[in-house]
Design a protein around this ligand. Structure first.
Ligand code: JFZ
Length: 428
């Protein structure tokens, strides 16, 4: 990537860095067995046995407008839907396969409804597309073999057949970019150490993507594998290094920087319970408080949070998901100004929580009850005025009796108990 291309990446990702908070949606046939999206692989389900889910698929309560309203009310600004996951099932009307939602009982193009509804709510739209494909006969590995070197029959007989799969994959990406209007994100998933980059014909793919939708941003997983994040982390990114890094189920301790220490766009993706796809018995939901704090943590390190939900086989979000998202939304309504367009502060992380910053406004996210005033270390002559973001009320900054001992610090007073519980819903 040239300096100019890095500039283009800056342009492309501007909205992304402003928006900060998105919804990830893992949805497909696997919502029926309801044991997560890897179920076919994990349980070694044959294609014959997996076929029943295709035959049964009919999510008649799917209302994308409802999903879009839910995402918006939670304070999310964009969403990414699995147009195709590893099982190969397409939620869109592809001309290149019969294995698609329009051929199920439901007969609907679920991607079309998604993009229309989310755009109508003013949200940006992204599509997840799996590079792995356990259904395609020319993909190197079948469902129960995650490692591409353990090849399937076709592939063993004639490895050149992989090209057929690549043609298919490129063709489907072209369909998505051509038939569904302006997309904002393509979220590819994922590479292996021995199956990445040019093995996907990535340069060609990128040229196609840029020629059809130059403003689209892509993740780093045309290169990134479980072992490494790809060349986006270096000073010399490849043409398919991606526009943002995608750390998964982890918030990087120091954010994400290239080798020269420059911050690069990143987005942590995180499940709300412990599964991406719908899992009916998984009750391990994170509380709204945890979600909010994780979001704040991402932003305080210049990152985004893509929070995952797994709708059920009827097309509805689980009750508990809706409950948590609503609480997150309550907080975002009052405190969103400390998230959107914000990033890492000019000051080190305070003991009691985190800072986010936008221009000359510093947002103090106080995570713990304080004894005495909250100490803003090193900010003695930097704070002109302090207010509570939730209601705009004044926060007094009377200095403590022993302030002389801390000449460089500012102090803000959270005197009333209400201040301790500004709309962070309690852990349940
Ligand atoms: C992938 C998928 O396998 C999973 O089902 C889900 O869609 C998730 C968002 O992405 O899982 C990965 C991919 C890459 C890594 C880990 C899990 N990785 O690079 O460590």
């Amino acid at each position: 990537m040239s300096g100019n291309e890095i500039e283009c990446r800056k342009e492309r990702t501007k909205w992304f860095l402003e928006d900060r908070f998105g919804m990830f949606i893992h949805w497909g046939l696997y919502a029926i067995p309801a044991r997560g999206e890897w179920v076919r692989s994990v349980e070694h389900i044959s294609s014959e046995d997996y076929q029943v889910y295709f035959d049964e698929f009919n999510p008649d309560r799917y209302d994308a407008r409802e999903w879009a309203r839910t995402a918006k009310a939670a304070g999310m600004k964009y969403a990414v839907l699995t147009a195709k996951h590893h099982d190969g099932f397409c939620l869109f009307d592809s001309k290149l396969t019969d294995y698609k939602s329009t051929n199920t009982q439901s007969g609907r193009d679920l991607v079309r409804e998604f993009v229309d509804a989310f755009r109508a709510e003013g949200l940006k739209v992204g599509l997840y597309y799996s590079l792995l494909d356990w259904h395609h006969p020319d993909y190197p590995a079948f469902g129960d073999l995650i490692h591409p070197m353990r090849a399937n029959e076709n592939y063993r007989r004639d490895p050149a057949r992989f090209e057929h799969y690549l043609d298919y994959m490129h063709g489907q990406v072209r369909e998505l970019l051509t038939n569904y209007g302006k997309l904002d994100i393509m979220w590819f998933d994922f590479s292996y150490e021995n199956l990445k980059g040019e093995a996907w014909r990535a340069t060609e793919l990128m040229e196609m993507i840029r020629s059809i939708q130059p403003h689209l941003i892509i993740d780093n997983r045309l290169e990134a594998s479980g072992e490494e994040g790809g060349s986006i982390y270096t000073n010399n990114p490849s043409p398919y290094a991606g526009d943002f890094a995608s750390p998964e189920q982890i918030i990087p301790p120091n954010g994400v920087t290239d080798a020269a220490g420059n911050s690069i766009p990143w987005e942590a993706c995180m499940t709300l319970n412990n599964n991406w796809g719908y899992a009916s018995t998984d009750r391990t939901y994170k509380s709204a408080k945890t979600v909010i704090r994780k979001l704040v943590e991402c932003v305080s390190k210049n990152g985004n949070l893509l929070l995952n939900v797994g709708p059920d086989a009827k097309g509805e979000m689980p009750r508990k998901t809706l409950e948590v998202l609503e609480q997150v939304g309550d907080w975002m309504t009052q405190n969103g100004d400390s998230i959107y367009g914000c990033g890492q502060a000019d000051f080190p992380k305070p003991e009691w929580g985190r800072y986010t910053q936008k221009g000359n406004k510093l947002f103090a996210h106080v995570f713990e009850d304080s004894v005495g005033p909250v100490n803003l270390v090193g900010l003695a002559d930097k704070v002109r005025y302090a207010r509570l973001l939730a209601d705009g009320s004044e926060v007094s900054s009377t200095r403590p009796w022993n302030a002389k001992m801390y000449p460089n610090d500012a102090f803000i007073n959270f005197a009333s108990p209400e201040h301790f519980s500004w709309p962070l819903p309690d852990e349940r």
